[in-house]
Design a binder for this molecule. Structure first.
Ligand code: AMP
Length: 207
């Protein structure tokens, strides 16, 4: 099954996709993770992406489309994949449709006021990519999964979060209607716990 995760930043796309990877055995393809890796490694794509990612803006369509097209051609995508954070604009979705068949688009729905709270308290593990909220960590800065020191993403500062939400409303939210029009949209309210939300995601995929 080829799945897209839609939803505002902080809705839990990465977390839900990670859980689903374990359940379905298909890869999670996160353009945000790929861009951050390219930035760490200082590749041409990384250097090009840096200023957009750090300000909370969107990296130009042609840059992300190229990395997704390349990634989907790899062997581990033959039996399905989950796209997390792509597409983010209607032109990206239109381009994707030319080289991939998407079975279902899951829209993780979350009210705006919860998002800033979630993202400003988010910590990520540079070792295993797990994501936590500070309220889960009991004051520790170590990853409960692998022991690495957790970090705060640069773009999880309050000012950048507000910009990312604005960008989401303007450029990404129209994708909800786009996939509704294609008849493959499933909306999942994500205000519960990670486990509760995961149960709803699985139900939506079974429907
Ligand atoms: P994420 O980890 O999905 O929140 O993405 C972090 C940042 O990477 C975003 O704020 C954008 O700057 C960039 N990014 C990730 N995916 C895309 C995409 N599909 N199109 C444009 N920019 C993207």
């Amino acid at each position: 099954m080829n799945i897209i995760f839609l939803g505002p930043p902080g809705a839990g796309k990465g977390t839900q996709a990670q859980l689903l990877t374990k359940e379905l055995g298909i890869p999670q393809i996160s353009t945000g993770d790929m861009l951050r890796k390219a930035m760490r490694e200082g590749t041409k794509t990384g250097l090009e992406a840096k200023r957009y990612v750090e300000s909370g803006g969107l990296v130009p369509d042609e840059v992300v489309i190229a990395i997704v097209r390349e990634r989907l051609a790899e062997d581990d995508c033959k039996n399905g994949y989950m796209l997390d954070g792509f597409p983010r604009t209607v032109p990206q979705a239109e381009e994707l449709a030319k080289f991939a068949h998407i079975d279902v688009a899951v829209d993780l729905d979350l009210p705006d006021d919860v998002i800033v709270h979630r993202l400003s308290g988010r910590r990520v593990c540079p070792g295993c990519n797990a994501t936590y909220h500070i309220s889960q960590l009991g004051g520790s800065d170590k990853c409960p999964n692998c022991g690495e020191t957790l970090i705060q993403r640069k773009d999880d500062s309050e000012e950048t979060i507000r910009n990312r939400l604005k960008v989401y409303q303007e450029q990404t939210a129209p994708l909800v209607d786009y996939y509704k029009g294609k008849g493959i949209l499933r909306v999942v309210p994500c205000t519960g716990t990670v486990e509760e939300n995961f149960a709803l995601v699985k139900k939506a995929l079974e429907a």
